[in-house]
Design a protein around this ligand. Sequence first.
Ligand SMILES: Nc1ncnc2c1ncn2[C@@H]1O[C@H](COP(=O)(O)OP(=O)(O)OP(=O)(O)O)[C@@H](O)[C@H]1O
Ligand SMILES: [Mg+2]
Length: 275
Amino acid sequence: MSTIIVVNGAYDWRPHLIGHEVVQVHLGRSRWLLDRGKLWVVDARGSYAPDAILWRIGAVDPAPMHRACLEMIRLSGLPCVNPADTLLTGYDRLGMLHALRQAGLPVVDFTVFAGAGALEVLEPDLPAVLKVGNLHGGLGKARALDAASWRELVALPDLSTTGYATAEPFIDYTRDVRCLAVGDDLWAMERRSPGWKANVGTNAHDIVPVPPALATWTRAAMTHLGADVLGLDYLESADGEFTLLESNDIPGVRGWPDSVPRAIARRLTAKLERT
Ligand SMILES: Nc1ncnc2c1ncn2[C@@H]1O[C@H](COP(=O)(O)OP(=O)(O)OP(=O)(O)O)[C@@H](O)[C@H]1O
Ligand SMILES: [Mg+2]
């Protein structure tokens, strides 16, 4: 029986991985070793030599250990969903945005600020959205409607400790659509909330037909990033134009049909069978 390590995440993957030993480990509570090319993961319950990895650390600012473990997975050559290469590209928000631009996707315009006081040097066109660090779930993101609120916002982050920040135009969108790809399969979800962040306090999320343009772009991103699974967040404006905000390489599965986690698990087991 092969051993599949699920790293973090709250979802129970066992029903989709019948016939495999599924061990869930948490990065903060485990130790990782790569010895003569073989990967070992040790926690309070025992030590495991995984045959495959399901990497589910999403929605957190990546810690240095994340990168180390991803590099160890890459060195070990073990099958991993997403591949460690893809996860390392997505590790940093600017790197991820660069890759999406290279793939020809309609990435939102953004200004980047680094260094203490950088935000005070230049005021972007307003209204703008300020995004600090590499956080998810709406964290580290605030909107400035006018110059006075921009001046308030720039006083909050200390870029000498948080790293860079970006500012992008606020898009007065009519639809917030996440397009999710697993292999060749695609789904789309429209999210709504009372506020401007559709992913915060979401009170409606509907599976909708995948808009053809999003299908093309999302597939291009999958190919460019060599990904098994991606969630791309798009905004549609009143004139029907789509803008891409970001790509999530560890997209959540809650709220999506059961076929989504099943497809993710199948992707991993197919890779395992090929090794
Ligand atoms: N420039 C913008 N204009 C208008 N709305 C925006 C803009 N940027 C973000 N939003 C809103 O805020 C939500 C969250 O933004 P974004 O996807 O960039 O960050 P996130 O919190 O990291 O998301 P996730 O939880 O998907 O990782 C978007 O889905 C969108 O509804
Ligand atoms: Mg998002």
